[in-house]
Every structure is written in C-alpha cells, then in structure tokens.
Design a protein around this ligand. Structure first.
Ligand SMILES: NC(=O)c1ccc[n+]([C@@H]2O[C@H](COP(=O)([O-])OP(=O)(O)OC[C@H]3O[C@@H](n4cnc5c(N)ncnc54)[C@H](O)[C@@H]3O)[C@@H](O)[C@H]2O)c1
Length: 341
C-alpha cells in the first residue's frame, strides 16, 4: 500500500485520520513537532489499530529538515497536511507566528512535492474562509470573504498558494478540505482532543465544565436572529471527518479528480445552536451543565452550515455519526483524560 505522510498526525484531527488510513492499509509516516500534542497519542493510535506508524519529530519550519525528510522517504505518494497553529485569538496577537508556521511550512512541503514524479496533497482548510456567508447552506462556490483573523487568512492564502502551484506543476494533485466544526473523539476513548490551557472551542469547554475543571460555560449572546437566539454551527464528528480524508486521498491516488486542484466542504449539512449542543450533552451524559448567557463575543458570525452535495456526490462520502454520538464520545474521552491526570 502507498506510503502517506501525515503532518500534525499526533494532533486532534490528524490522529483520527492516521487511524482510518491504517485501517485502510496505508503505510503512514507522521511528522509532528509536539508543539500542540503529546507523544502518548502514538500509543493511542497503536492501541486502536494494532500498528505503530513511523514517527519523525520535526518542526516543519526547519526547511532543511523537510528536505532531508523527503530524501529519506522518497517513496511518499501522498501528504495530508494538518500541521498548523490554530488559535484564532493568539493569531491576532502574534500574526507573524501564524504566517510563518501555517504558510512557511506549506511552501516548504510543496517545494519538495514539486520534485516528485507524482504527488497527491490534501490541505486542512476551514469554513472560516466563507466568513458570514450571504446564503445558507454554504456551497463551495460561496465567495471567500475578507478574513476575520490572521489564522483565517492563513487558510485563504494557503488555498491560493496550492491553487497557483497546481496551475504550473502538472505532477501535483491537490484537494483543500474546508472543515466546518470538528468535534467528538474516537469511540474507544484512546484518542481525542487535547486542548492546552483554556479551550477555545465549545465542546471541550462543555466537557471540562461538566468534569469540574471549569466553573461554568459562557454562552455568548442569546439575541442572534436564530430560533433560540444562540449562534449556529455545523458540528461534524471527527471520525466522519477523518474518513473523508481517506476518501479524498483515494480520489487523487486513483486519478478520479476532475481538475488538479479541488475544494470540498466537510460538514453534516445541519446547523445546531449552542443551546442545542448543550442539550445534546446533557441528554447523553445525564448531567446538568452549569452555563450562563453573557454578551455577544466580538467576531462571532451568526450561522454557518455546509451544503454537502458536492462532497456527497463527487467524493461519495457522507457523515454517518450524529451530534449525540459526538457528545457521547467527547464526554467518554474527557473522563479518561481526567482519570489519567
Ligand atoms: N479543529 C478545528 O476546529 C479545525 C477547523 C478547521 C480547520 N482546522 C485545521 O485542521 C488542522 C488540524 O487541526 P487540529 O484541530 O487537529 O489541530 P492540532 O493542534 O490538534 O493538530 C495540529 C498538529 O500539528 C502539530 N504542528 C503544529 N505546527 C507544527 C510544525 N511547525 N511542525 C510540525 N508539527 C506541527 C501540532 O503539534 C499538532 O499535533 C489545522 O491545520 C487546523 O488549522 C481545524
């Protein structure tokens, strides 16, 4: 089976994708610098799949290190590039860190892929590229709006860099996957999301509140023009998301792509409000969540959910798991994390 490089493969989405790749028989090599993950994740992957992927600890900002990696692994057929910094607030304070880590690393990898006789490349993009879209659900043709943060801008610029490169490098095929809101954990609770410090995302904040690590959840605003007044997002189970990467990679490796640069939305197609997520958590955990409504938070868009037709029809992929499944797995994972602390 083909050898696939997964950058950021010990992170949240990367680790779940490594599991699905190994389940499909791919030979996986992970690069991660452990800046936002733990080496213990490797044990989790091994426990689930019975196989330990090759692991190279490398900071992808080290251009020579990236070159040396591709000399050593010159039989890599595809790359799934997750490695990036992802904290929106931090990116506003430290834009150059984000441009260096999210753009510099991308360029170094593409330069190496350009040298190969053939290469398939999957990029982690985000629905943040759409901003507050004018029409819902959001299709891939919705205009890309001015980015709200340097982080968001790195995804827009990243997509442009790949598109421009694919125009001139005929041996390179690429897909940018625009994730909506990834949540949940593997059902075995051997891997999951490991936020460092105070979680920026809703679901880890909920589970950390329920376990007693945070006092209460702040729900930012209940006066939005939505049915219950809270913001709406499209929460996709990380295992469904991981499987989409395997399908997208297969499309490129088997030459099923229509053009050599494509974009796909990855979401469920269903929007859920903040309060609906809280209710889902309470339903599956049997616990009452301590939360309060506070003022709106600056920069939050009102509503975003995916039109999934392109991914469903062209990739032949669709989500199988529900929000309740995601909340159940996230809660199970949170409890395992606390037990092991
Ligand atoms: N989680 C989300 O909500 C979300 C939504 C849309 C897009 N994305 C994108 O998906 C990708 C993966 O996200 P995630 O949630 O799994 O994040 P994560 O932080 O859990 O995983 C990223 C991994 O990359 C590693 N990494 C970062 N910089 C590196 C470098 N210079 N060299 C080597 N390794 C490096 C980190 O140590 C980490 O293990 C990111 O590109 C992110 O921007 C995430």
């Amino acid at each position: 089976m083909d050898k696939i490089l997964v950058t950021g493969g010990l992170g949240f989405i990367g680790s779940h994708t490594v599991v699905e790749l190994q389940n499909e028989g791919y030979e996986v090599v992970i690069i991660d610098d452990l800046s936002n993950s733990s080496i213990k994740v490797l044990d989790g992957i091994t426990a689930i799949t019975g196989k330990t992927p090759v692991f190279e600890k490398l900071d992808l900002k080290d251009k020579d290190g990236v070159s040396a990696f591709f000399k050593k692994h010159n039989d890599v057929k595809g790359v799934i590039h997750f490695a990036a910094s992802k904290a929106v607030g931090e990116s506003v304070k430290e834009p150059l860190l984000y441009y260096e880590n999210n753009i510099g690393t991308l360029v170094y990898i593409l330069k190496e892929l350009k040298k190969l006789p053939a290469a398939s490349f999957i990029f982690s993009s985000s629905c943040t590229v759409y901003g507050q879209a004018d029409e819902l659900p959001i299709t891939e043709n919705a205009p890309v709006k001015q980015a709200e943060s340097p982080y968001g801008n790195t995804k827009q610029i990243g997509e442009e860099i790949i598109r421009d490169t694919c125009k001139v490098v005929s041996t390179l095929k690429a897909i940018a996957l625009r994730y909506f809101n990834p949540v949940g954990a593997h059902e075995t609770a051997k891997i999951g999301e490991l936020p460092i410090g105070v979680p920026q995302n809703l679901v880890p904040f909920i589970t950390q509140t329920a376990i007693g690590l945070r006092e209460e959840l702040s729900v930012f605003g209940e006066d939005y023009p939505t049915p219950d007044g809270t913001c709406i997002r499209d929460y996709i189970h990380v295992v469904d998301l991981a499987k989409a990467h395997v399908v997208a990679l297969g499309r490129l490796l088997q030459d099923k792509n229509k053009v050599n640069y494509e974009t796909f939305n990855l979401g469920t197609g269903k929007g859920s409000s903040v309060l609906e997520v809280v209710q889902s958590f309470e339903r599956v955990s049997g616990k009452k969540l301590n939360y309060k409504i506070v003022d709106r938070r600056e920069g939050d868009i009102i509503s975003a959910y995916a039109d999934t037709n392109k991914a469903n029809d062209e990739l032949g992929w669709k989500t199988e798991l529900t929000l309740d499944d995601a909340m159940r797995s996230a809660w199970k994972w949170e409890q395992v994390v606390r037990e092991n602390k």
